[in-house]
Design a protein around this ligand. Structure first.
Ligand SMILES: NC(=O)C1=CN([C@@H]2O[C@H](COP(=O)(O)OP(=O)(O)OC[C@H]3O[C@@H](n4cnc5c(N)ncnc54)[C@H](OP(=O)(O)O)[C@@H]3O)[C@@H](O)[C@H]2O)C=CC1
Ligand SMILES: CC(C)CCC[C@@H](C)[C@H]1CC[C@H]2C3=C(CC[C@]12C)[C@@]1(C)CCC(=O)[C@@H](C)[C@@H]1CC3
Length: 335
């Protein structure tokens, strides 16, 4: 999470940890707060960051964004600890039990869409999802709604007179309009909960800008590209990814989205850290890219969405939030 001069890392490894390393290298004065569900791993991340950046201010906070009560308590704790948040990086995300659709992959290899298939993974993956104790779909809760509740709980700290705040979501190239439906926005009836949740993230960011820009809160979405982390190790074994490395370097020549390592993947996150939030386009996703020669850069791309759908989705989230409050946050089925 974040504070006075800067940031939040919701994760302790992967892209979140690399982001913290890079932010500390950018600005040694920042106050970091890592909001994590596993305190042992959080402490390990804190120790690693202190080793490379001795003396920096790095705090920890326990939060499970997959659990309503935990998010509400975390927001209250942050309200007590800080007066202001400059950056809120919403990075936690899951893709449970991913399965590759081999037929779609082989067909894709011989189609004209082969490059876009590698860049987006469109149609190649299915996931399992389940219902949480709060009665919500787990992927939706973790990737979208938990973060939304956190933002709502932290509203007073986000965007104060003369001092804008940035909310930065780790979305994905895999966000897909056809995987998302307003009538099943939690994706309880499909097998592409990840794609759906990332599309929902993009919609939500657009709606947040509409409702909060006037009070100094600015929301952006990024895609880190394909990065080898625990998330992708759930798709293929790390050893297989290592074997595929030469092929992936080759693919990178044709699609700049194979960033592959966490340092490259954080490019857009760090770039946003240095931007004036007012200058950003709310309808654009910022992509971390790596060229065939290994150079990093950021590419803005218009998102495939409309403001009316974003607004309708936002209303549904507000209703869901109301229900969670009515039911005291736990055990009822809110869908
Ligand atoms: N890797 C990739 O190719 C891509 C990743 N992304 C996105 O990047 C983000 C980071 O993923 P990445 O670093 O790759 O993967 P990791 O699995 O390494 O990181 C995910 C992080 O999210 C945390 N997390 C998961 N569930 C919860 C929860 N309920 N409460 C709190 N924290 C939680 C995990 O914590 P813990 O350590 O306890 O498991 C972990 O640190 C995700 O949003 C992902 O969707 C987007 C596009 C591509
Ligand atoms: C590279 C190899 C020769 C074969 C690997 C095939 C697939 C397992 C990958 C091809 C494109 C990949 C991809 C993702 C996962 C693995 C692939 C489908 C993501 C969906 C992972 C999570 C994301 O958020 C996306 C940005 C990735 C898009 C590309």
């Amino acid at each position: 999470v974040f504070t006075t001069k800067r940031e939040t890392g919701k994760t302790l490894s992967g892209i979140g940890l690399a982001l913290c390393e890079r932010l500390l290298a950018e600005d040694g004065e920042i106050h970091l707060c890592l909001a994590c569900r596993n305190m042992q791993r959080a402490e390990a991340a804190q120790a690693a960051l202190l080793l490379s950046h001795p003396g920096s201010d790095i705090n920890l906070l326990r939060v499970d964004v997959g659990n309503i009560k935990s998010v509400i308590e975390a927001a209250q704790e942050i309200m007590q600890r800080y007066q202001r948040l400059d950056y809120l990086y919403l990075n936690a995300g899951i893709m449970p039990n991913p399965r590759i659709n081999l037929k779609a992959f082989i067909n894709g290899l011989f189609s004209s869409k082969v490059i876009s298939m590698f860049a987006t993974g469109e149609g190649l993956l299915t996931q399992e999802d389940w219902v949480t104790d709060d009665g919500l779909q787990q992927v939706f809760m973790t990737n979208v709604f938990g973060h939304f509740l956190l933002i709502r709980g932290l509203e007073p700290l986000l965007g104060q007179p003369g001092c804008p705040s940035q909310v930065i979501w780790t979305s994905s190239n895999n966000a897909r309009k056809s995987a998302f439906s307003l009538t099943d926005y939690q994706h309880g009836h499909g097998q592409e909960s990840y794609s759906s949740s990332k599309y929902a993230t993009d919609l939500l960011s657009v709606a947040l800008n509409k409702h909060y820009n006037s009070q100094g809160l600015f929301s952006s979405v990024i895609c880190p590209g394909l990065v080898l982390t625990n998330l992708t190790y759930g798709i293929l074994h790390p050893f297989i990814w290592t074997l595929l490395m030469p092929i992936m370097w080759l693919i990178r020549v044709f699609t700049n989205s194979f960033t592959l390592n966490t340092q490259n993947g954080t490019e857009a996150l760090v770039w946003l850290f240095k931007q004036k939030p007012e200058s950003l386009d709310p309808l654009v996703k910022y992509h971390s890219c790596t060229s065939g020669f290994g150079n990093n850069y950021v590419v803005p791309r218009k998102m495939d969405l409309d403001i009316e759908t974003a607004e309708a989705f936002y209303k549904k989230l507000l209703e869901l939030e109301q229900n969670t409050k009515k039911n005291d946050g736990v055990t009822e089925n809110y869908r």
